[in-house]
Design a protein around this ligand. Structure first.
Ligand code: TYM
Length: 343
């Protein structure tokens, strides 16, 4: 038995569907790194989720590995946390099937991300896009995670997984922990630099919309300088100033202060000086990540090895949960499990 057996558990995931950006980092990954101190953490590169929109097989396997390297570069520590690729642990789709028999069409139809991603074409998108949140529920429930650190856009998916856990438990007996969302308000919704009413997104084709974690200092400077601003001259946040509010939020999170303190610091400075200071703060914060990432890319076999070792450890937790689910729902035991039935 490992020494962290009594710790609360955290699970979170990220799709390898593009390059990680500042929103992913400020909204989620920086919290993952901090939580490793006090929780037993499971961090998952959810490649099965990345198949829910049309994908390129070669790009998927490459981005999966690169996402692993980038998470390591951000400070996810495989000595303390379990970092793995979702498709390497077969219990994820297995539990997702069982949960899809517990979930209801109506509750999946209400998912905002499904509505956004299907762009109204609900008859022609893949079924996987519709059942996406059920697989996400399986990810978390398999590890009986207590907390799920994510950005604001994932709140509805976590509410659904809570509902599924409660429904499963009351129908088949107490099996799953009901997880809590862990959404830190600062940085939970970072917006696009060129369109501040839309969230910063991996899938945006516009390079100027986002800062990538691997952008060079020059690129960061250029992107911040060309970020749209609001009318007026004051460096001030407000409901009528979505662009400045977003830039001030980014500055405050990176600097570890609050928005009013940043406003005071740049009072009367004008947008130019503020943007230069923001770019410098970002360059300083992201430089160590970019450097470590470069080192890790030089040895992809080592990242591959770490991810496979993570998957083996994840399976040690996921397997017994799935054995219990099988027993409680009347499925026969797995051939290799040796499980006897409901404990
Ligand atoms: P994904 O890959 O879209 O995003 C990964 C994490 O980054 C957060 N995030 C943001 N935070 C702030 N501002 C933004 N602009 C921004 N964009 C993204 C997301 O909230 C997320 O925390 N469905 C998930 C992946 C997933 C998952 C899970 C998460 C699959 N299984 C189980 C938690 C638990 C997703 O698409 O994340």
């Amino acid at each position: 038995m490992s020494s962290d057996e009594g710790m609360q558990r955290v699970f979170s995931g990220i799709q390898p569907d593009g390059e990680l950006h500042l929103g992913n980092y400020l909204g989620a990954v920086r919290h993952w790194v901090g939580l490793q101190e006090s929780y037993r953490c499971f961090f998952c590169i959810v490649d099965l989720h990345a198949m829910t929109l049309p994908w390129d097989p070669a790009a998927l396997s490459e981005t999966t590995l690169k996402t692993g390297a980038l998470l390591l570069a951000c400070g996810v520590d495989p000595a303390r946390s379990i970092l793995f690729v979702q498709s390497e642990v077969g219990e994820h789709p297995e539990l997702a099937w069982v949960l899809s028999c517990v979930a209801r069409m109506g509750e999946l139809r209400r998912m905002v991300q499904f509505k956004e991603k299907s762009k109204g074409e609900t008859e022609s998108v893949g079924v996987g896009l519709f059942t996406y949140p059920v697989l996400q529920a399986a990810d978390v429930l398999l590890y009986r995670a207590h907390a799920v650190p994510v950005g604001e856009d994932q709140r509805q998916h976590i509410e659904l997984m809570r509902d599924l856990a409660v429904r499963f438990n009351s129908t088949f007996g107490d099996t799953f922990t009901v997880p809590q969302p862990l959404i830190s308000p600062a940085g939970a919704r970072i917006m696009s630099l060129d369109e501040p009413t839309q969230k910063m997104s991996k899938s945006s084709p516009r390079p100027g919309s986002k800062i990538l974690l691997v952008d060079s200092p020059d690129t960061i400077l250029k992107k911040v300088r060309s970020a749209v601003t609001d009318s007026g001259r004051e460096v001030a946040a407000g409901d009528d100033k979505p662009a400045l509010t977003n830039l001030l939020t980014i500055f405050s999170v990176v600097d570890g202060t609050d928005v009013p303190a940043v406003e005071r610091r740049f009072a009367g400075s004008g947008y130019g000086a503020f943007k230069t200071a923001l770019a410098e703060a970002l360059i300083e914060r992201l430089a160590p990540i970019r450097n470590r990432y470069g080192d890790l890319l030089a040895d992809p076999a080592e990242t591959r090895r770490l991810l496979s070792a993570g998957a083996a450890r994840a399976a040690e937790v996921a397997g017994p949960t799935m054995d219990e689910v099988r027993a409680r729902t009347g499925l026969v035991p797995r051939r290799s499990s040796g499980a006897a039935g409901v404990p």
